[in-house]
Design a protein. Structure first.
Length: 137
């Protein structure tokens, strides 16, 4: 089985939910979010995490870059969209299919980078603080 790496930038709230799942799944989309969109390369995920997540109060000004793998045949079931620059490619998974998509993740969801915004306040979640310390050193 060939697996494909995908990346997902997330803020603090979504990261907590990922940790609570044992790093096995992404949380369901919110009512106003019709698409779950992991991205196809680390540089684009890092760009979002650094430029957007670190300016988002709801995410406590944190941007995490997660990495995970899915079988190539699963990835091929969804549409890839380019949403800007050449490397701004996203896999568009309908919100109602996120749970099934989660079931296809091979291994764990890894946290590979963290970006901390200027207005970050220490997290009330110890695991989040530990991730920040680990990834900033």
């Amino acid at each position: 089985m060939t697996t494909i790496p995908l990346y997902r930038p997330v803020g603090e709230q979504e990261m907590i939910l990922i940790l609570e799942s044992g790093c096995k799944k992404f949380p369901p989309r919110l009512e106003w979010q019709p698409i779950f969109y992991p991205v196809l390369n680390e540089s684009y995920a890092s760009e979002i995490a650094e430029k957007w997540n670190t300016r988002d109060e709801a995410g406590n000004y944190l941007g995490f870059v997660t990495k995970f793998e899915v079988p190539e045949e699963i990835m091929n079931q969804y549409t890839t969209q380019n949403v800007g620059a050449r490397n701004h490619n996203e896999l568009w998974v309908p919100a109602e299919e996120v749970e099934n998509f989660n079931d296809e993740i091979v291994g764990d969801i890894e946290v590979i980078r963290v970006f901390v915004g200027n207005e970050f306040k220490e997290s009330v979640n110890t695991e989040i603080n530990n991730l920040i310390s680990k990834l900033q050193n």
